[in-house]
Design a protein around this ligand. Structure first.
Ligand code: HEM
Ligand code: HEM
Ligand SMILES: [Fe+2]
Length: 445
Protein backbone atom coordinates (compact mmCIF):
# COMPACT_ATOMS: atom_id res chain seq x y z
CA UNK A 1 0.00 0.00 0.00
CA UNK A 2 1.68 3.14 -1.08
CA UNK A 3 -1.21 5.55 -1.29
CA UNK A 4 -0.60 8.24 1.28
CA UNK A 5 -3.96 9.86 0.68
CA UNK A 6 -5.58 6.83 2.34
CA UNK A 7 -4.70 8.52 5.62
CA UNK A 8 -7.75 10.74 5.26
CA UNK A 9 -9.92 7.70 6.04
CA UNK A 10 -8.76 7.96 9.65
CA UNK A 11 -10.69 11.19 10.23
CA UNK A 12 -13.93 9.61 9.06
CA UNK A 13 -13.37 6.50 11.15
CA UNK A 14 -12.65 8.63 14.24
CA UNK A 15 -15.85 10.65 13.71
CA UNK A 16 -17.71 7.40 13.32
CA UNK A 17 -16.41 6.16 16.70
CA UNK A 18 -17.37 9.34 18.54
CA UNK A 19 -20.88 9.43 17.07
CA UNK A 20 -21.41 5.72 17.86
CA UNK A 21 -20.70 6.38 21.54
CA UNK A 22 -23.04 9.37 21.51
CA UNK A 23 -25.76 7.29 19.81
CA UNK A 24 -25.54 4.76 22.63
CA UNK A 25 -26.06 7.50 25.25
CA UNK A 26 -29.41 8.35 23.64
CA UNK A 27 -30.27 4.64 23.47
CA UNK A 28 -29.93 4.46 27.25
CA UNK A 29 -32.05 7.58 27.71
CA UNK A 30 -34.85 5.85 25.78
CA UNK A 31 -34.27 2.49 27.45
CA UNK A 32 -34.75 4.10 30.89
CA UNK A 33 -37.75 6.09 29.68
CA UNK A 34 -39.39 2.83 28.53
CA UNK A 35 -38.60 1.28 31.92
CA UNK A 36 -40.50 4.12 33.60
CA UNK A 37 -37.60 6.47 34.41
CA UNK A 38 -37.94 9.45 32.15
CA UNK A 39 -36.16 11.92 34.43
CA UNK A 40 -34.57 13.88 31.58
CA UNK A 41 -37.95 14.43 29.93
CA UNK A 42 -37.91 18.20 30.31
CA UNK A 43 -34.58 18.60 28.57
CA UNK A 44 -34.53 15.59 26.27
CA UNK A 45 -38.06 14.38 25.54
CA UNK A 46 -38.50 11.00 23.81
CA UNK A 47 -38.97 12.55 20.36
CA UNK A 48 -35.63 14.35 20.68
CA UNK A 49 -33.87 11.24 21.98
CA UNK A 50 -35.22 8.98 19.23
CA UNK A 51 -34.43 11.44 16.43
CA UNK A 52 -30.92 11.93 17.81
CA UNK A 53 -30.35 8.17 18.31
CA UNK A 54 -31.35 7.33 14.73
CA UNK A 55 -29.70 10.24 12.99
CA UNK A 56 -26.43 9.67 14.83
CA UNK A 57 -26.68 6.05 13.67
CA UNK A 58 -27.09 7.09 10.05
CA UNK A 59 -24.23 9.61 10.25
CA UNK A 60 -21.74 7.27 11.95
CA UNK A 61 -22.51 4.63 9.33
CA UNK A 62 -22.20 7.11 6.45
CA UNK A 63 -18.96 8.46 7.92
CA UNK A 64 -17.72 4.85 8.13
CA UNK A 65 -18.72 4.18 4.50
CA UNK A 66 -16.97 7.37 3.38
CA UNK A 67 -13.83 6.41 5.31
CA UNK A 68 -14.03 2.96 3.74
CA UNK A 69 -14.28 4.49 0.27
CA UNK A 70 -11.34 6.84 0.88
CA UNK A 71 -9.34 3.85 2.07
CA UNK A 72 -10.38 1.32 -0.58
CA UNK A 73 -10.69 3.37 -3.78
CA UNK A 74 -7.01 4.53 -4.02
CA UNK A 75 -5.83 0.96 -3.61
CA UNK A 76 -8.35 -0.60 -5.97
CA UNK A 77 -7.87 2.05 -8.67
CA UNK A 78 -4.11 2.37 -8.06
CA UNK A 79 -4.35 6.11 -7.81
CA UNK A 80 -3.98 8.68 -5.04
CA UNK A 81 -7.18 10.54 -4.12
CA UNK A 82 -7.43 13.50 -6.49
CA UNK A 83 -7.45 16.00 -3.63
CA UNK A 84 -6.77 15.36 0.03
CA UNK A 85 -7.54 19.01 0.82
CA UNK A 86 -11.03 18.70 -0.62
CA UNK A 87 -11.52 15.42 1.21
CA UNK A 88 -10.62 17.17 4.48
CA UNK A 89 -12.99 20.02 3.66
CA UNK A 90 -15.68 17.43 3.02
CA UNK A 91 -14.87 15.82 6.35
CA UNK A 92 -15.19 19.01 8.37
CA UNK A 93 -18.39 20.04 6.65
CA UNK A 94 -19.87 16.61 7.39
CA UNK A 95 -18.89 16.89 11.05
CA UNK A 96 -20.35 20.41 11.31
CA UNK A 97 -23.67 19.40 9.70
CA UNK A 98 -23.91 16.45 12.11
CA UNK A 99 -23.23 18.61 15.17
CA UNK A 100 -25.68 21.34 14.08
CA UNK A 101 -28.38 18.72 13.38
CA UNK A 102 -27.96 17.09 16.79
CA UNK A 103 -28.04 20.44 18.62
CA UNK A 104 -31.05 21.48 16.53
CA UNK A 105 -33.04 18.39 17.59
CA UNK A 106 -32.70 19.56 21.19
CA UNK A 107 -34.35 22.87 20.27
CA UNK A 108 -37.15 21.22 18.34
CA UNK A 109 -35.58 22.09 14.99
CA UNK A 110 -36.56 18.95 13.11
CA UNK A 111 -38.96 17.66 10.47
CA UNK A 112 -40.71 14.86 12.35
CA UNK A 113 -40.34 12.21 9.64
CA UNK A 114 -38.67 9.11 11.08
CA UNK A 115 -35.01 8.84 9.95
CA UNK A 116 -35.36 12.02 7.84
CA UNK A 117 -35.69 14.41 10.76
CA UNK A 118 -32.87 16.70 9.58
CA UNK A 119 -34.46 20.08 8.74
CA UNK A 120 -34.57 21.18 5.09
CA UNK A 121 -31.80 23.85 5.10
CA UNK A 122 -29.37 21.24 6.45
CA UNK A 123 -30.52 18.80 3.75
CA UNK A 124 -29.10 21.16 1.13
CA UNK A 125 -25.76 21.18 2.93
CA UNK A 126 -25.85 17.36 3.02
CA UNK A 127 -26.38 17.36 -0.75
CA UNK A 128 -23.38 19.66 -1.35
CA UNK A 129 -21.26 17.57 1.00
CA UNK A 130 -22.15 14.28 -0.65
CA UNK A 131 -21.61 15.72 -4.15
CA UNK A 132 -18.11 16.74 -3.11
CA UNK A 133 -17.46 13.28 -1.67
CA UNK A 134 -18.74 11.54 -4.80
CA UNK A 135 -16.75 13.88 -7.03
CA UNK A 136 -13.50 12.97 -5.25
CA UNK A 137 -14.23 9.24 -5.28
CA UNK A 138 -15.46 9.00 -8.86
CA UNK A 139 -12.71 11.16 -10.39
CA UNK A 140 -10.09 9.15 -8.47
CA UNK A 141 -11.63 5.91 -9.70
CA UNK A 142 -11.97 6.92 -13.33
CA UNK A 143 -8.53 8.50 -13.58
CA UNK A 144 -6.99 5.43 -11.92
CA UNK A 145 -5.04 2.61 -13.59
CA UNK A 146 -7.76 0.03 -13.08
CA UNK A 147 -11.47 -0.18 -12.32
CA UNK A 148 -12.18 -3.38 -10.44
CA UNK A 149 -15.67 -4.81 -10.00
CA UNK A 150 -15.29 -4.36 -6.24
CA UNK A 151 -14.55 -0.65 -6.61
CA UNK A 152 -17.34 -0.17 -9.16
CA UNK A 153 -19.95 -1.87 -6.97
CA UNK A 154 -18.87 0.22 -3.99
CA UNK A 155 -18.94 3.44 -6.03
CA UNK A 156 -22.30 2.52 -7.59
CA UNK A 157 -23.77 1.94 -4.12
CA UNK A 158 -22.48 5.31 -2.91
CA UNK A 159 -23.75 7.08 -6.01
CA UNK A 160 -27.27 5.64 -5.77
CA UNK A 161 -27.37 6.24 -2.02
CA UNK A 162 -26.78 9.93 -2.74
CA UNK A 163 -29.41 9.98 -5.50
CA UNK A 164 -31.98 8.31 -3.27
CA UNK A 165 -31.62 11.03 -0.64
CA UNK A 166 -33.54 13.35 -2.98
CA UNK A 167 -37.08 11.81 -2.84
CA UNK A 168 -37.04 12.64 0.89
CA UNK A 169 -36.59 16.32 0.06
CA UNK A 170 -39.73 16.81 -2.03
CA UNK A 171 -42.57 18.64 -0.26
CA UNK A 172 -45.96 16.91 -0.21
CA UNK A 173 -49.09 18.07 1.55
CA UNK A 174 -50.58 14.58 1.75
CA UNK A 175 -49.28 12.32 4.49
CA UNK A 176 -49.72 9.04 2.56
CA UNK A 177 -47.86 10.44 -0.46
CA UNK A 178 -45.14 11.80 1.82
CA UNK A 179 -44.84 8.42 3.52
CA UNK A 180 -44.82 6.64 0.14
CA UNK A 181 -41.71 8.56 -0.94
CA UNK A 182 -40.05 8.49 2.49
CA UNK A 183 -39.67 4.76 1.93
CA UNK A 184 -37.80 5.38 -1.31
CA UNK A 185 -35.10 6.78 0.91
CA UNK A 186 -35.30 4.57 4.00
CA UNK A 187 -36.15 1.21 2.42
CA UNK A 188 -34.23 1.60 -0.85
CA UNK A 189 -31.21 2.60 1.18
CA UNK A 190 -31.02 -0.28 3.62
CA UNK A 191 -32.57 -2.97 1.44
CA UNK A 192 -31.13 -1.78 -1.86
CA UNK A 193 -28.17 0.43 -2.48
CA UNK A 194 -26.49 0.15 0.92
CA UNK A 195 -26.32 -3.58 0.22
CA UNK A 196 -24.10 -2.73 -2.74
CA UNK A 197 -21.83 -0.70 -0.46
CA UNK A 198 -21.79 -3.65 1.92
CA UNK A 199 -21.12 -6.11 -0.93
CA UNK A 200 -18.21 -3.94 -2.15
CA UNK A 201 -16.57 -3.63 1.28
CA UNK A 202 -17.19 -7.32 2.01
CA UNK A 203 -15.60 -8.38 -1.28
CA UNK A 204 -12.59 -6.14 -0.65
CA UNK A 205 -12.06 -7.54 2.84
CA UNK A 206 -12.47 -11.14 1.70
CA UNK A 207 -9.93 -10.63 -1.08
CA UNK A 208 -7.44 -9.23 1.44
CA UNK A 209 -8.11 -11.58 4.33
CA UNK A 210 -8.65 -14.97 2.69
CA UNK A 211 -6.29 -14.69 -0.26
CA UNK A 212 -8.92 -16.21 -2.57
CA UNK A 213 -8.73 -15.08 -6.22
CA UNK A 214 -10.37 -11.78 -6.98
CA UNK A 215 -12.13 -13.27 -10.05
CA UNK A 216 -13.98 -15.79 -7.94
CA UNK A 217 -14.98 -13.31 -5.24
CA UNK A 218 -16.16 -10.78 -7.79
CA UNK A 219 -18.32 -13.37 -9.58
CA UNK A 220 -20.25 -13.82 -6.34
CA UNK A 221 -20.63 -10.09 -6.10
CA UNK A 222 -22.65 -10.09 -9.34
CA UNK A 223 -24.99 -12.71 -7.90
CA UNK A 224 -25.53 -10.62 -4.77
CA UNK A 225 -26.15 -7.42 -6.73
CA UNK A 226 -28.65 -9.32 -8.91
CA UNK A 227 -30.53 -10.80 -5.94
CA UNK A 228 -30.61 -7.42 -4.17
CA UNK A 229 -32.21 -5.64 -7.11
CA UNK A 230 -34.58 -8.48 -7.93
CA UNK A 231 -36.09 -8.54 -4.45
CA UNK A 232 -35.32 -5.19 -2.83
CA UNK A 233 -36.91 -2.77 -5.31
CA UNK A 234 -40.42 -4.24 -5.36
CA UNK A 235 -39.88 -5.33 -1.76
CA UNK A 236 -40.52 -1.64 -0.92
CA UNK A 237 -44.15 -2.76 -1.08
CA UNK A 238 -43.88 -4.20 2.44
CA UNK A 239 -44.19 -0.62 3.69
CA UNK A 240 -47.25 0.13 1.52
CA UNK A 241 -49.66 -2.37 3.04
CA UNK A 242 -51.97 -0.24 5.17
CA UNK A 243 -50.91 3.34 4.60
CA UNK A 244 -53.27 4.44 1.85
CA UNK A 245 -51.42 2.93 -1.14
CA UNK A 246 -53.34 0.70 -3.65
CA UNK A 247 -54.19 -2.81 -2.49
CA UNK A 248 -52.02 -4.61 -5.04
CA UNK A 249 -49.02 -3.72 -2.88
CA UNK A 250 -50.12 -6.38 -0.40
CA UNK A 251 -49.33 -9.06 -2.98
CA UNK A 252 -46.27 -7.43 -4.57
CA UNK A 253 -44.73 -6.37 -1.26
CA UNK A 254 -45.43 -9.74 0.36
CA UNK A 255 -43.88 -11.81 -2.42
CA UNK A 256 -40.83 -9.72 -3.23
CA UNK A 257 -39.89 -8.82 0.33
CA UNK A 258 -40.12 -12.50 1.27
CA UNK A 259 -37.37 -13.04 -1.34
CA UNK A 260 -35.09 -10.39 0.16
CA UNK A 261 -33.42 -12.68 2.71
CA UNK A 262 -31.93 -14.53 -0.28
CA UNK A 263 -29.53 -11.66 -0.92
CA UNK A 264 -28.38 -11.76 2.72
CA UNK A 265 -28.21 -15.55 2.69
CA UNK A 266 -26.14 -15.26 -0.49
CA UNK A 267 -23.72 -12.92 1.28
CA UNK A 268 -23.39 -15.21 4.31
CA UNK A 269 -22.79 -18.33 2.18
CA UNK A 270 -20.39 -16.40 0.00
CA UNK A 271 -18.30 -15.17 2.93
CA UNK A 272 -18.19 -18.59 4.58
CA UNK A 273 -17.31 -20.33 1.31
CA UNK A 274 -14.44 -17.90 0.67
CA UNK A 275 -13.22 -18.37 4.25
CA UNK A 276 -13.14 -22.16 3.81
CA UNK A 277 -11.40 -21.88 0.48
CA UNK A 278 -8.82 -19.34 1.65
CA UNK A 279 -5.42 -19.92 3.16
CA UNK A 280 -6.54 -18.32 6.45
CA UNK A 281 -3.08 -17.16 7.35
CA UNK A 282 -3.71 -13.44 7.51
CA UNK A 283 -2.44 -12.25 10.90
CA UNK A 284 -5.38 -9.88 11.50
CA UNK A 285 -7.77 -12.62 12.65
CA UNK A 286 -10.12 -10.23 14.40
CA UNK A 287 -10.80 -8.43 11.10
CA UNK A 288 -11.85 -11.80 9.69
CA UNK A 289 -14.18 -12.32 12.68
CA UNK A 290 -15.89 -8.98 12.04
CA UNK A 291 -16.11 -9.70 8.31
CA UNK A 292 -17.67 -13.16 8.67
CA UNK A 293 -19.73 -11.85 11.60
CA UNK A 294 -21.24 -9.17 9.35
CA UNK A 295 -22.29 -11.74 6.80
CA UNK A 296 -23.89 -14.00 9.42
CA UNK A 297 -25.49 -11.39 11.70
CA UNK A 298 -26.97 -9.47 8.77
CA UNK A 299 -28.70 -12.64 7.61
CA UNK A 300 -30.09 -13.12 11.12
CA UNK A 301 -31.16 -9.50 11.70
CA UNK A 302 -32.25 -8.43 8.25
CA UNK A 303 -33.12 -11.76 6.65
CA UNK A 304 -34.70 -13.86 9.39
CA UNK A 305 -36.05 -11.10 11.62
CA UNK A 306 -37.16 -9.25 8.48
CA UNK A 307 -39.21 -12.11 7.17
CA UNK A 308 -40.70 -12.54 10.65
CA UNK A 309 -42.95 -9.49 10.08
CA UNK A 310 -42.97 -8.91 6.33
CA UNK A 311 -46.05 -10.97 5.44
CA UNK A 312 -49.12 -8.65 5.26
CA UNK A 313 -51.23 -10.72 7.68
CA UNK A 314 -48.46 -10.53 10.30
CA UNK A 315 -47.50 -6.93 9.63
CA UNK A 316 -51.13 -5.93 10.21
CA UNK A 317 -50.48 -6.63 13.89
CA UNK A 318 -46.78 -5.90 14.32
CA UNK A 319 -46.51 -2.64 12.34
CA UNK A 320 -44.82 0.18 14.22
CA UNK A 321 -44.39 -1.79 17.45
CA UNK A 322 -41.29 -2.89 19.33
CA UNK A 323 -41.17 -5.90 16.98
CA UNK A 324 -39.93 -3.37 14.43
CA UNK A 325 -37.32 -2.12 16.93
CA UNK A 326 -36.20 -5.74 17.47
CA UNK A 327 -35.56 -6.17 13.76
CA UNK A 328 -34.19 -2.62 13.32
CA UNK A 329 -31.44 -3.17 15.90
CA UNK A 330 -30.06 -6.51 14.75
CA UNK A 331 -30.38 -5.62 11.06
CA UNK A 332 -28.60 -2.27 11.34
CA UNK A 333 -25.98 -3.69 13.66
CA UNK A 334 -25.38 -6.95 11.79
CA UNK A 335 -25.26 -5.49 8.32
CA UNK A 336 -23.95 -1.96 8.49
CA UNK A 337 -22.60 -1.47 12.00
CA UNK A 338 -20.42 -4.57 11.88
CA UNK A 339 -19.35 -3.84 8.30
CA UNK A 340 -18.01 -0.42 9.31
CA UNK A 341 -16.24 -1.89 12.35
CA UNK A 342 -14.76 -4.63 10.12
CA UNK A 343 -13.14 -2.21 7.69
CA UNK A 344 -11.88 -0.05 10.59
CA UNK A 345 -10.30 -3.06 12.33
CA UNK A 346 -8.69 -4.09 9.07
CA UNK A 347 -7.45 -0.64 8.07
CA UNK A 348 -6.11 0.73 11.37
CA UNK A 349 -2.98 -1.47 11.69
CA UNK A 350 -2.12 -0.69 8.05
CA UNK A 351 -2.60 3.04 8.51
CA UNK A 352 -0.71 3.37 11.79
CA UNK A 353 1.71 0.46 11.84
CA UNK A 354 0.43 -0.58 15.29
CA UNK A 355 -0.73 -4.17 15.24
CA UNK A 356 -3.18 -4.22 18.13
CA UNK A 357 -5.34 -7.02 16.75
CA UNK A 358 -3.98 -9.67 19.09
CA UNK A 359 -4.76 -7.70 22.24
CA UNK A 360 -7.46 -9.29 24.44
CA UNK A 361 -9.45 -6.03 24.22
CA UNK A 362 -9.95 -6.55 20.47
CA UNK A 363 -11.58 -9.91 21.16
CA UNK A 364 -13.66 -8.65 24.12
CA UNK A 365 -14.96 -5.92 21.82
CA UNK A 366 -16.18 -8.46 19.27
CA UNK A 367 -17.80 -10.92 21.67
CA UNK A 368 -19.31 -8.53 24.22
CA UNK A 369 -20.86 -6.25 21.62
CA UNK A 370 -22.37 -9.15 19.69
CA UNK A 371 -23.65 -11.04 22.73
CA UNK A 372 -25.02 -7.76 24.10
CA UNK A 373 -26.78 -6.95 20.85
CA UNK A 374 -28.34 -10.43 20.65
CA UNK A 375 -29.58 -9.92 24.23
CA UNK A 376 -31.03 -6.51 23.34
CA UNK A 377 -32.76 -7.99 20.30
CA UNK A 378 -34.29 -10.71 22.46
CA UNK A 379 -35.53 -8.15 25.01
CA UNK A 380 -37.11 -6.07 22.23
CA UNK A 381 -38.68 -9.26 20.83
CA UNK A 382 -40.26 -10.18 24.18
CA UNK A 383 -41.47 -6.61 24.71
CA UNK A 384 -42.74 -6.41 21.12
CA UNK A 385 -44.68 -9.67 21.15
CA UNK A 386 -46.26 -8.75 24.50
CA UNK A 387 -47.12 -5.28 23.16
CA UNK A 388 -48.76 -6.70 20.03
CA UNK A 389 -50.80 -9.12 22.09
CA UNK A 390 -51.94 -6.63 24.74
CA UNK A 391 -52.54 -3.69 22.44
CA UNK A 392 -53.81 -5.30 19.27
CA UNK A 393 -55.41 -8.54 20.46
CA UNK A 394 -56.65 -7.68 23.96
CA UNK A 395 -57.33 -4.05 23.03
CA UNK A 396 -55.42 -2.37 25.85
CA UNK A 397 -54.59 1.31 25.30
CA UNK A 398 -51.10 2.16 24.04
CA UNK A 399 -49.90 3.62 27.35
CA UNK A 400 -51.36 0.80 29.48
CA UNK A 401 -49.62 -1.77 27.28
CA UNK A 402 -46.35 0.19 27.57
CA UNK A 403 -46.67 0.17 31.33
CA UNK A 404 -47.26 -3.59 31.34
CA UNK A 405 -44.08 -4.30 29.37
CA UNK A 406 -41.74 -2.02 31.34
CA UNK A 407 -39.94 -4.99 32.89
CA UNK A 408 -38.52 -6.06 29.53
CA UNK A 409 -36.60 -2.81 29.40
CA UNK A 410 -34.57 -3.74 32.45
CA UNK A 411 -33.43 -6.79 30.48
CA UNK A 412 -32.73 -4.47 27.56
CA UNK A 413 -30.63 -2.20 29.75
CA UNK A 414 -28.68 -5.17 31.15
CA UNK A 415 -27.87 -6.44 27.66
CA UNK A 416 -27.13 -2.88 26.48
CA UNK A 417 -24.52 -2.55 29.24
CA UNK A 418 -22.70 -5.63 27.88
CA UNK A 419 -22.97 -4.21 24.39
CA UNK A 420 -21.62 -0.86 25.54
CA UNK A 421 -18.62 -2.41 27.34
CA UNK A 422 -17.80 -4.19 24.07
CA UNK A 423 -18.04 -0.93 22.13
CA UNK A 424 -15.88 0.90 24.67
CA UNK A 425 -13.19 -1.77 24.20
CA UNK A 426 -13.46 -1.24 20.47
CA UNK A 427 -13.27 2.53 20.64
CA UNK A 428 -10.38 2.56 23.10
CA UNK A 429 -8.48 0.09 20.92
CA UNK A 430 -9.18 2.37 17.96
CA UNK A 431 -7.68 5.43 19.63
CA UNK A 432 -4.73 3.45 21.01
CA UNK A 433 -3.59 2.96 17.41
CA UNK A 434 -2.71 6.66 17.31
CA UNK A 435 -2.57 8.70 14.12
CA UNK A 436 -1.81 7.27 10.66
CA UNK A 437 1.69 7.80 9.28
CA UNK A 438 3.32 7.74 5.85
CA UNK A 439 5.95 5.32 7.18
CA UNK A 440 3.31 2.80 8.18
CA UNK A 441 1.73 2.98 4.74
CA UNK A 442 5.14 2.61 3.08
CA UNK A 443 5.99 -0.38 5.24
CA UNK A 444 2.81 -2.12 4.18
CA UNK A 445 3.32 -1.55 0.48
C1 HEM B 1 -29.80 -4.57 6.52
C2 HEM B 1 -31.00 -4.53 6.08
C3 HEM B 1 -32.15 -3.97 6.86
C4 HEM B 1 -32.17 -2.97 7.79
C5 HEM B 1 -31.01 -2.12 8.28
C6 HEM B 1 -33.54 -2.83 8.22
C7 HEM B 1 -33.98 -1.91 9.16
C8 HEM B 1 -35.31 -1.59 9.38
C9 HEM B 1 -35.79 -0.47 10.17
C10 HEM B 1 -34.92 0.51 10.92
C11 HEM B 1 -37.14 -0.46 10.08
C12 HEM B 1 -38.08 0.58 10.68
C13 HEM B 1 -38.22 1.65 9.64
C14 HEM B 1 -39.18 2.76 9.96
O1 HEM B 1 -40.19 2.52 10.64
O2 HEM B 1 -38.92 3.89 9.51
C15 HEM B 1 -37.53 -1.59 9.25
C16 HEM B 1 -38.82 -1.91 8.93
C17 HEM B 1 -39.16 -3.09 8.30
N1 HEM B 1 -38.31 -4.04 7.78
FE1 HEM B 1 -36.33 -3.94 7.72
N2 HEM B 1 -34.32 -3.75 7.57
C18 HEM B 1 -33.51 -4.48 6.73
C19 HEM B 1 -33.89 -5.52 5.93
C20 HEM B 1 -35.15 -6.07 5.89
C21 HEM B 1 -35.53 -7.26 5.17
C22 HEM B 1 -34.58 -8.09 4.32
C23 HEM B 1 -36.87 -7.46 5.39
C24 HEM B 1 -37.78 -8.55 4.89
C25 HEM B 1 -37.46 -9.77 4.69
C26 HEM B 1 -37.33 -6.38 6.24
C27 HEM B 1 -38.62 -6.20 6.67
C28 HEM B 1 -39.09 -5.07 7.28
C29 HEM B 1 -40.51 -4.75 7.48
C30 HEM B 1 -41.69 -5.60 7.08
C31 HEM B 1 -40.55 -3.50 8.11
C32 HEM B 1 -41.78 -2.70 8.52
C33 HEM B 1 -42.07 -2.86 9.98
C34 HEM B 1 -43.33 -2.12 10.39
O3 HEM B 1 -44.34 -2.30 9.70
O4 HEM B 1 -43.30 -1.40 11.38
N3 HEM B 1 -36.26 -5.57 6.54
N4 HEM B 1 -36.39 -2.27 8.84
C1 HEM C 1 -26.88 0.78 24.40
C2 HEM C 1 -27.36 0.57 23.27
C3 HEM C 1 -28.76 0.89 22.79
C4 HEM C 1 -29.94 1.03 23.46
C5 HEM C 1 -30.21 0.94 24.95
C6 HEM C 1 -30.96 1.30 22.46
C7 HEM C 1 -32.31 1.52 22.76
C8 HEM C 1 -33.26 1.92 21.84
C9 HEM C 1 -34.61 2.25 22.17
C10 HEM C 1 -35.23 2.17 23.55
C11 HEM C 1 -35.22 2.62 21.02
C12 HEM C 1 -36.65 3.14 20.86
C13 HEM C 1 -37.63 2.05 20.58
C14 HEM C 1 -39.00 2.67 20.41
O1 HEM C 1 -39.65 2.93 21.40
O2 HEM C 1 -39.38 2.94 19.27
C15 HEM C 1 -34.25 2.52 19.95
C16 HEM C 1 -34.49 2.77 18.62
C17 HEM C 1 -33.63 2.41 17.60
N1 HEM C 1 -32.30 2.03 17.74
FE1 HEM C 1 -31.34 1.69 19.50
N2 HEM C 1 -30.38 1.31 21.22
C18 HEM C 1 -29.05 1.07 21.39
C19 HEM C 1 -28.10 0.96 20.38
C20 HEM C 1 -28.40 0.93 19.05
C21 HEM C 1 -27.48 0.56 18.00
C22 HEM C 1 -26.02 0.19 18.20
C23 HEM C 1 -28.19 0.59 16.84
C24 HEM C 1 -27.75 0.28 15.44
C25 HEM C 1 -26.71 -0.36 15.08
C26 HEM C 1 -29.55 1.03 17.15
C27 HEM C 1 -30.54 1.21 16.23
C28 HEM C 1 -31.81 1.67 16.52
C29 HEM C 1 -32.85 1.85 15.52
C30 HEM C 1 -32.71 1.58 14.03
C31 HEM C 1 -33.99 2.33 16.19
C32 HEM C 1 -35.35 2.61 15.59
C33 HEM C 1 -36.16 1.34 15.73
C34 HEM C 1 -37.48 1.34 15.01
O3 HEM C 1 -37.52 1.70 13.86
O4 HEM C 1 -38.48 0.92 15.60
N3 HEM C 1 -29.64 1.22 18.49
N4 HEM C 1 -33.04 2.09 20.48
FE1 LIG D 1 -38.15 -2.33 3.98
Amino acid sequence: MKYKSQKVAYMFFALSMVLLVLQIVYGFIMGFAHAGFDGLHEFIPFNTATATHKNLLVVWLLSGFMGAAYYIIPEESQNELVSVKLALLQFWSLAIVAVVAVIGFHFNWWEGRKFLEIPRPLDYLVVVNVLLFLGIILVTLFKGKQRTTTALVLAMGLFFAALLYLPGMIDFNNQSVDSFFRWWVVHLWVEGVWELIMGGILAYLLIKLTGVDRELIEKWLYVIVGLTFLSGILGTGHHYYYMGAPEYWLMIGGIFSALEPLAFLGMALFALAMYRKGEKNHPNKIALYWTLGTAIMSFAGAGLLGIAHTIPSVNLYTHGTLVTAMHGHLAFWGAYGMMVLAIIVYAMPNLTGRKLYDRPGAHYAFWLSNIGMIGMTTAFAAAGVAQVYLERKVGMSFMDAQKAIEVHFWVLIGAAILFTIGILFFVSNFFKHGMPTDEALEANS
